[in-house]
Write a protein that binds this ligand. Structure first.
Ligand SMILES: *Cc1c(COP(=O)(O)O)cnc(C)c1O
Ligand SMILES: [Zn+2]
Length: 416
């Protein structure tokens, strides 16, 4: 795993048992307890070599603007395909509707494969190349897969994908269009995950699977850097993250923590995990204060449909350490949130991507989030990736004759 690794990385720390691992650690996970690893940098050195002014002088808005905080060697070439640099959009319409002074949307639907996952897939794929491996595999509910397939295409690598059979068709089409090898697995995401792990061991493929690969978090944390930069180095009060495995939430929290370590921001936001009621293992653990227990996941929000979260420990800890919250919302609230988001802001998100808006309503209702606070909603996936669940809320109008009278009749009918 160490080949080509930048010497700004000192090593790894186990998220579960806190044991330190050297930068030449052989496996992807803790050899003591099997927990996920967190990349540890030489922050003193980074602070000496790099500062906010240098960053501000750069016109690069992609994830590569933050290269000193990424685990890649200086000489590793990066593809031209731009990842990150997504807009942070303020919505006065939502502020009025919800009764909050500031709501921002981090629109990560605008990544190359239309989800937040590109940040992680690109960094993990480049780490595979640095390690001398050109075949990379992942288990996924759909977006990590289509994202890995797209990044592999941009890098000329082979991607091997394991998804549950329930993955929405547009994501499957993306995977096939990018030329990846697709396996649809009978069962859940968790079944696909186990099978992918076995195959990586058996065939020597590099695993991008969420949780076991320590570098997905490194890509995902760049969203925090971008938010802080857009907000002039003042962190928001809250960041609401749709949560399945917990890797995005843990990654974004790490990004803010690193900026605080470097002295670029003086406080970090409270992190809120938003889960579907039918897939709420992380929220359950936040509420109970106990361990994470597997659930039988069932929700319309396919990207956050997870029985056993693969990075739950990291997410629960981030929520606790930031004084954040966990909230679960019903499928109906999620679909209504997606509709409200589209209508009021022009951003069309897939159900999971809009879950933070449903979560915000719930956290306002119970008083957790106060009217004067500044909130960022992480909008993680594009609505065109799952049009079926959105379309089920509507009936299509009957086709009309191409005549003015037909429109007049329709106007009369629709206004009656
Ligand atoms: C993967 C994904 C999530 C959840 O991320 P986790 O790291 O699994 O918690 C949320 N929304 C979308 C659109 C995703 O693709
Ligand atoms: Zn450990």
């Amino acid at each position: 795993m160490a080949a080509g690794l930048t010497d700004r990385v000192l090593g790894y720390r186990c998220v579960s048992c806190n044991r330190e691992h050297g930068r030449n650690a052989a496996g992807m996970t803790c050899d003591h307890c099997g927990g996920n690893l967190d990349v540890v940098y030489d922050y003193g050195r980074i602070a000496r070599e790099w500062d906010r002014n240098r960053l501000e002088r750069s016109t690069d808005r992609t994830i590569w603007a933050y290269r000193p905080l990424l685990p890649l060697h200086e000489d590793t070439p990066v593809p031209a395909l731009p990842v990150g640099g997504t807009p942070l959009v303020r919505s006065e319409a939502l502020e009025k509707a919800i009764g909050l002074s500031k709501i921002y949307l981090k629109d990560d639907t605008r990544n190359p494969t239309a989800s937040f996952k590109d940040r992680a897939s690109l960094v993990a794929s480049l780490r595979a190349i640095e390690s001398g491996v050109r075949t990379i595999a992942t288990a996924s509910t759909g977006n990590a897969a289509s994202s890995l397939a797209g990044m592999a295409a941009a890098l000329g690598m082979n991607a091997i994908i394991f998804v549950p059979e329930s993955t929405p068709e547009p994501k499957l089409t993306q995977i096939q269009m990018y030329g990846a090898e697709l396996y649809r697995v009978q069962g859940s995401y968790d079944d696909a995950f186990e099978l992918c792990s076995k195959c990586c061991k058996r065939f020597g493929w590099y695993s991008r699977s969420t949780g076991v690969n320590p570098f997905t978090v490194e890509g995902k944390k760049t969203a925090a850097f971008e938010i802080a930069r857009e907000m002039n180095w003042k962190a928001p009060d809250w960041v609401l993250v749709p949560t399945g495995d917990g890797n995005i939430l843990g990654g974004v929290a790490k990004g803010f923590r690193e900026l605080q370590l470097l002295g670029w921001i003086d406080r970090i936001p409270r992190m809120a995990a938003v889960q579907a009621e039918g897939s709420a293992a992380i929220v359950n653990a936040i509420r109970s204060g106990g361990e994470i227990e597997s659930v039988a996941a069932k929700t319309v929000a396919d990207s956050i449909s997870v029985c056993l979260p693969r990075d739950g420990v990291r997410a629960v800890r981030a929520v606790r350490e930031t004084g954040g919250a966990g909230v679960s919302v019903t499928d109906r609230e999620i679909l209504e949130g997606a509709r409200e988001l589209a209508r009021m802001t022009g951003i069309f998100a897939e159900p999971s991507g809009a879950a933070p808006l449903a979560g915000l309503r719930a956290l306002r209702r119970d008083g957790t989030i106060k009217a004067g606070e500044t909130v960022v909603l992480m909008i993680t996936g594009n609505g065109l990736k799952d049009t079926d669940s959105a379309a089920r809320q509507f009936t299509l109008p009957e086709p009309i004759a191409p005549e003015l009278e037909a429109v007049e009749r329709e106007i009369a009918r629709r206004s009656s």
